[in-house]
Design a protein around this ligand. Structure first.
Ligand code: SAH
Length: 302
């Protein structure tokens, strides 16, 4: 009877490892995991001085439509359950034999578009009966869904919020991110400030530099003015070109000049190290190349 009850009420899932790629440059590992229903998702394991970090996906695909992002090219397939988000970490820990100390929800998917499951995941992964990872070591990245950010501020979670900014004004932002048609930058930043006030957590502003689109010095100046009063820092990401679009990475000099200008104006800024560049690029690129090369795999026992 117990077996019957378990079968009816619970599921025992295990992600199947479909592919593992190890970077020859920095040891970063990328995983393609197969889900029960045959979909595949992507997760990344990175080693830093301060510990091991895992980047997880929160959805299969994405419906936000950011122009430079590979995850969204085929739209959203479905939301991931909390167990499927946790499982990405458990599987990677057992494969690498290493403990994960930081988790970033920066893989495929928009966390605010799968809100309840992501919140449940954050509570479980930080629970002392779970992996017990400190909430301060968890980061979620959003494209800027205002009601989601405001609601998230009320959850009593001390996790870091990263905002995908990518432009210093609505006009440029709309060309890169369709979500900018729904929410004005000013409202997004007010919501971010509210998050800071409620949680005391400093924010991260992600800014992917695209040559000729958002990387000139006037834009750096406008960015300075935009976030001067925010509590947070800017993380510059040289855009990782995808073959479906003709966006090009900014040159080294443009990236440095952009950074210097922000710094001179008192903004904390870092340039994101490109981890695992040789093994499938950014968000969703590995999954996409796999989907193109083969039929969707069937989940098998074992
Ligand atoms: N939906 C969330 C998580 C996305 S992935 C969000 O929008 O924040 C994490 C970051 O990588 C986001 O800032 C996203 O805009 C950025 N990104 C996606 N594809 C990229 C690419 N090809 N080059 C550079 N940054 C990219």
């Amino acid at each position: 009877p117990l077996r019957q009850k378990l079968k009816e009420n619970y599921s025992l899932t295990c992600l199947k490892m479909v592919d593992e790629r190890v970077s020859q440059v920095d040891g970063t590992r990328k995983y393609l995991f197969g889900l029960e229903d045959g979909h595949v998702i992507e997760s990344v394991w990175m080693q830093y001085h301060h510990g091991n970090s895992v980047c997880i996906s929160s959805q299969v695909g994405c419906r936000m439509g950011c122009r430079f992002c590979a995850s969204t090219l085929d739209g959203l397939e479905r939301n991931l359950r909390p167990s499927e988000m946790l499982e990405q970490i458990y599987r990677i820990q057992s494969i690498t034999g290493e403990r994960v100390s930081n988790v970033v929800v920066m893989g495929s998917g928009e966390p605010m578009d799968n809100y309840d499951n992501v919140i449940r995941f954050l509570r479980l992964v930080s629970d002392e009966k779970g992996l017990n990872i400190s909430q301060r070591s968890l980061t979620i990245s959003t494209c800027g869904i205002v009601p989601g950010i405001r609601k998230f501020a009320e959850e009593g979670l001390a996790v870091t919020l990263a905002l995908s900014l990518h432009a210093p004004n609505d006009e440029v932002r709309k060309t890169l991110m369709p979500v900018a048609n729904s929410y004005k930058l000013q409202d997004v930043l007010e919501a971010c400030h509210y998050y800071y006030e409620k949680t005391g957590r400093r924010l991260t502003f992600e800014y992917s530099l695209v040559r000729g689109v958002n990387d000139n010095l006037d834009e750096a100046r406008a960015l300075t003015a935009l976030i001067r009063d925010q509590h947070g820092h800017v993380n510059l990401i040289p855009v990782n070109p995808i073959k479906e679009r003709d966006y090009v990475q900014s040159g080294q000099k443009a990236i440095q000049d952009f950074k210097n200008l922000l710094e001179k104006n008192g903004i904390n800024v870092t340039i994101r190290r490109e981890m695992g560049r040789d093994i499938g690029g950014a968000c969703g690129q590995l999954r996409r190349s796999y989907k193109e090369a083969s039929a969707v795999p069937q989940c098998t026992e074992g």
